[in-house]
Write a protein that binds this ligand. Structure first.
Ligand SMILES: Nc1ncnc2c1ncn2[C@@H]1O[C@H](COP(=O)(O)OP(=O)(O)OP(=O)(O)O)[C@@H](O)[C@H]1O
Length: 346
């Protein structure tokens, strides 16, 4: 990604004694969709607010197309924003809401009208221009908020948990729409979420944060498949995080068994090992890499989840297909490839 649009350069943020962000470095390419993902309190909203200009960094800078914008007020940055609390004007019509930013910029009436019409078509609500926002459903309001932010052709599109108030099915549909809209407009976008499925689905660049630090960033599939540390492995999807020890060249002691796993660690090193729930296959008792005892089984709808005790550890296993009734307490074989293990220093 050579065409850097936004460069977040060594940003730190203190609130009194609390350090909310530590050495944040991030390059956002033009047209890219970036998701800031992390647990509550990790600093993602603070980072978005600094990008928007609502909050100043304690140190570090922001460059947009190579120009330092750190000292610019929010209205001078020319960014479009959508927050969870939307901040639409409830008694104004949909059209007036969408045209609001254009009016502030002194766009002509004709220009406002054609832009509103264009955006209502884009968000697939062509017939609601004259309705008050208070008469819309949650999903419709969400689309209007997005249209309002895009109406001014923002340099950056910033969204903070924009879909979290919607029910699961609508959220799903809106994620697809949001991604399509973003592609269509080609607008550089930064979205904050604590929902890993949403982030995986939307992002070109997934940025995983914890305690004010970027723990990993990159292509979502790559971050999922090759997590940088046990936190990222555990936060994305369903992973088993296990304690192990390197016994010698390519031999790892895990769950009371010696496994052939090429890992570049010194003999005797204690390690943490991540193994995704869906990377384990269940077999008849003698057919796997390990043996375990079934402790619990539950039906998740599209998958079945198994809790299995093995060598003093408890493993969570997710299987896609029905493997037949296995009673609680029965021995079962567990199979996985060495490639499925991510090994980290303890
Ligand atoms: N105005 C403020 N004054 C003092 N501390 C703050 C302020 N805003 C945020 N913080 C602190 O900074 C840290 C990061 O907060 P932030 O809201 O950015 O996290 P977040 O990842 O967005 O969390 P959430 O998902 O819960 O919104 C937290 O410890 C928070 O308490």
């Amino acid at each position: 990604m050579s065409d850097t649009h936004l460069h977040i350069n060594g940003v730190n943020k203190f609130f009194g004694q609390t350090q909310a962000l530590t050495d944040i470095d991030l390059k956002v390419a033009r047209g890219e969709f970036v998701c800031l993902l992390g647990p509550s309190g990790c600093g993602k909203t603070t980072l978005l607010r600094i990008i928007a200009g609502f909050e100043g960094a304690s140190s570090g800078s922001l460059q947009l197309d190579g120009t330092d914008i750190s000292a610019l007020s929010p209205d001078k940055r020319g960014f479009g924003m959508v927050f969870q609390s939307l901040a639409l004007f409830p008694h104004m019509s949909v059209a007036d809401n969408i045209a609001y930013g254009l009016k502030l910029r002194k766009a002509s009436r004709a220009e406002r009208r054609s832009r509103v019409e264009e955006l209502l078509n884009v968000i697939q609500l062509p017939h609601i221009a004259d309705r008050p926002v208070s008469a819309l459903s949650g999903g419709q309001r969400q689309r209007v908020a997005i249209a309002r932010a895009l109406a001014v052709r923002p340099k950056l599109f910033l969204l903070d948990e924009p879909l979290s108030a919607l029910d699961a099915k609508l959220r799903d549909a809106m994620q697809v729409e949001l991604r399509q809209l973003q592609r269509q407009f080609g607008v550089t976008t930064i979205l904050v979420t604590h929902d890993q499925t949403e982030a995986m689905m939307l992002a070109d660049n997934l940025v995983v944060m914890k305690d004010g630090v970027i723990r990993q960033s990159g292509n979502p599939s790559k971050v999922y498949r090759r997590p940088a540390d046990p936190f990222v492995a555990d936060f994305l999807g369903s992973a088993n995080i296990l304690d192990g020890q390197v016994l010698g060249d390519g031999v790892l002691r895990l769950m009371g068994h010696d496994l052939a796993v090429p890992a570049p660690f010194l003999r005797g090193s204690k390690v943490r090992v991540a193994l995704r729930s869906e990377d384990i296959t269940l077999r008849p008792e003698t057919g796997g890499v390990l043996t375990g005892t079934v402790e619990f089984v539950r039906d998740l709808g599209s998958q079945t989840e198994w809790i299995i005790a093995s060598g003093g550890d408890t493993l969570r296993v997710r299987t896609g297909r029905e493997i037949g009734a296995v009673p609680i307490g029965q021995k079962i074989g567990l199979d996985f490839s060495a490639d499925a293990l991510s090994v980290f220093p303890a």
